[in-house]
Design a protein. Structure first.
Length: 297
């Protein structure tokens, strides 16, 4: 629950608290107090505690959005304990199935405009923290523990795509899915059945499923936009690479009108961003298809 504070001088004016409600419904009960924001909650398997990330609220903190830690709250007493203490952002706690370990993301504080997060694991009491993805120059997202506690599944964005990877507790990383698509995993069952959303340049997002043992066998479960696309001819999407300043390799995509004629001239619409804070991707783009349908490249 968020509420607004005025005339405080805080850089951010949102304060949130943690509430709990019975699984079968009922009146919410407030757990936390104080000038904090609550994010990225994870319930322990025994249902007695919840982990969350939060940052202290200070006046005029230019980089305060990069300062957060992981806390645990006792649901019976409301007692809050801080688990991480380093300078820099720690967030996204995920408790292991046996309740003994916590995976989370973060990095050492910096005022650089961008730095990739790392995945860490620590004991449930905050001790023994160690990095698992030191060699990975990508930010782990959407972390889910394997049912046997052997490691963590997570998403990685790379060269306009997003796929699922796995890291074991020794820090060994392997690809689970491959493909020129954007895959966002929602849930992984104890049996390894995955449900998520998948989109590529020719297909709007739909719900898909597969098993981590046979990740190439992705099955589409919905066809939400089939009626809209029926009888439509889409513009062709072509990936390109070119050299930019300082000889950097730059990636892009050209979307051509349906029935494109290379002997003709077309008006060109350029959409660009500087990076590296986010990436354009291979997901379906209704806007681009609308533009090419009207004769633009």
């Amino acid at each position: 629950l968020n509420y607004r504070r005025d005339r405080t001088g805080f850089t951010s004016d949102n304060v949130s608290h943690l509430f709990i409600v019975p699984a079968d419904g009922g009146t919410p009960r407030q757990i936390t107090e104080g000038e904090y924001g609550i994010a990225s909650i994870s319930l322990t398997p025994d249902g007695k505690s919840v982990l969350f990330s939060s940052g202290p609220r200070v006046e005029d903190g230019e980089y305060q959005w990069r300062e957060s830690d992981i806390f645990t709250a006792d649901l019976a007493t409301g007692a809050v304990k801080q688990l991480t203490t380093r300078k820099g952002p720690d967030s996204n706690p995920e408790v292991s199935p046996d309740g003994k370990l916590v995976a989370y993301t973060g990095y050492d504080w910096t005022d650089d405009t961008w730095v990739d997060s790392r995945m860490y694991v620590m004991n449930i009491d905050g001790t023994g923290s160690r990095v698992l993805t030191q060699s990975l120059d990508r930010s782990p997202q959407n972390m889910t523990w394997a049912a046997d506690g052997s490691g963590i599944y997570f998403s990685v964005q790379d060269k306009g795509t997003q796929n699922l990877r796995f890291v074991n507790l020794r820090g060994e990383i392997r690809e689970v899915t491959k493909g020129n698509h954007m895959l966002t995993v929602s849930e992984i069952s104890p049996a390894g059945n995955v449900v998520g959303i998948l989109t590529d340049s020719d297909s709007p997002p739909d719900i898909v499923s597969f098993n981590v043992k046979t990740p190439a066998n992705i099955r589409q479960l919905t066809a939400v936009n089939a009626d809209i696309l029926a009888g439509k001819k889409l513009g062709q999407v072509e990936e390109i690479w070119f050299k930019g300043p300082d000889n950097f390799d730059i990636q892009g995509w050209i979307v051509k009108p349906p029935d494109f004629d290379p002997s003709k001239k077309y008006p060109l619409m350029l959409t660009i961003h500087g990076g590296p804070h986010s990436m354009y991707n291979v997901g379906f783009n209704f806007g681009y298809q609308e533009h090419v349908a009207n004769g633009y490249v």
